[in-house]
Design a protein around this ligand. Structure first.
Ligand SMILES: *Cc1c(COP(=O)(O)O)cnc(C)c1O
Length: 374
């Protein structure tokens, strides 16, 4: 029986359900189901939140990445550098655009792109870099941006887990040429289905992505280039418009819950709580503890006592069957591989209560101690 779920969207619904039903009713009776005023309104508010001039609503985070690459003219024959410790979609978008994903390993403390490995991975075919702000903590962007600018590379932030995270005083999605966001329901800002966005300060880039998401149309039935149907539904724009004002408060609650876990787990031998890089403020999309190579046993034992924990992600992208042709093997990216073996994601959402966090931390301490005693 689950005592503490991994995520609990029901709690969020209790808070915003009435407002959601009211905007859903408006959209239904207006019959404006495809992109419309609610999408435009959300785009303006989200750009504002991220500190960019523009945001363009699309159908998912994966489409955001794909269209960002296309709009930056990345294509067949090109290489794009990213990390293997991410959700599959980051690399998938690179492959679908016809380019080749080139992986570099992650930093052993943040599990995000190790900027020190970037320069050596650049070839004359490299066009872009996609740092991923995984778990809600930003990659170390200044050195990445410095190298990319010096070597003429575009920077696309995969900010799908980092809505509102900061690097100094800059917000995720405002540092690179563009930022890509997912509003999958369980993300820090979630739609009532699939949605995503690209943020940018480049007006031309925003216009190109707006055109590409709508079949490359410059005007109705005039197609300047081949695009795709990647528009955000008006209904999703309306739902996201309702939820966005709550995001700062929700992120604060996540950080508060992370602080609580940190304190409860501080003195548990064999458990490492998340490292927080001094350059930024994370938003804890996920709360990762490192428990060493006996992870799977602990994971199963935690699930047995009702702790809804998970693994993000059990197979690093370079070892996925889909990428066998890239020729990587076990040992190619040791830190990404270790993170796939040794991390557990504990329950994390704004509404997680003190009692729930105490239950989770208590079971972790007991089970780790029991394993050590064997
Ligand atoms: C969720 C996620 C995506 C994909 O977003 P979708 O909206 O599911 O297409 C891409 N990258 C990362 C890091 C993600 O967490």
């Amino acid at each position: 029986m689950t005592k503490v779920p991994f995520v609990d969207l029901q709690k969020q619904y209790e808070q915003v359900g009435d407002e959601l039903w009211s905007v859903v009713a408006e959209i239904m009776s207006s019959c404006m189901y495809a992109s419309g005023a609610a999408v435009v309104g959300f785009e303006e508010a989200f750009a504002d939140y991220c500190g960019t001039s523009w945001s363009v609503g699309v159908g998912s985070g994966t489409e955001a990445l794909y269209l960002a690459l296309q709009a930056l003219d990345v294509g067949p024959g090109d290489e794009v550098i990213t990390v293997p410790n991410t959700f599959f979609a980051t690399a998938e978008a690179i492959t679908l655009i016809g380019a080749t994903p080139v992986f570099i390993d992650v930093d052993a403390r943040t599990y995000n792109m190790d900027a020190g490995l970037l320069e050596a991975a650049i070839t004359e075919r490299t066009r872009a870099v996609i740092p991923v702000h995984l778990y809600g903590q930003m990659a170390d962007m200044d050195p990445i941006l410095e190298i990319a600018h010096r070597r003429g590379l575009k920077v696309i932030e995969d900010a799908s887990q980092a809505h509102g995270a900061c690097y100094g005083d800059r917000t995720a999605g405002s540092l690179g040429d563009c930022g890509c966001f997912s509003f999958y329901p369980s993300k820090n800002l979630g739609a009532a289905g699939e949605a995503g966005a690209v943020t940018t300060d480049d007006e031309g880039l925003a216009a190109r992505i707006r055109r590409l998401r709508d079949h490359g149309q410059s005007q109705k039935y005039e197609h300047a280039e081949v695009g795709w149907n990647a528009r955000m539904d008006n209904l999703q724009g309306a739902v996201l418009g309702v939820k966005l004002p709550y995001l700062p408060g929700w992120n604060e609650r996540r950080v508060h819950n992370a602080d609580r876990y940190d304190a409860l787990l501080a003195d548990v031998p064999g458990v490492e709580t998340p490292y927080r890089a001094p350059y930024g403020s994370p938003v804890f999309h996920l709360y990762e503890i490192s428990v060493g190579p006996d992870r799977d046993r602990l994971l199963a034992a935690l699930q047995q006592v009702g702790v809804g924990c998970a693994v993000h992600y059990p197979i690093p992208v370079h070892l996925q069957a889909a990428y066998r042709d890239l020729g990587h093997s076990e040992g190619s990216f040791p830190i990404s591989e270790a993170s796939a073996r040794e991390l557990i994601s504990l329950p994390m959402y704004p509404e997680l209560s003190a009692a729930q966090a105490e239950y989770v931390a208590g079971r972790v301490s007991e089970l780790v101690a029991a394993a050590a005693a064997v």
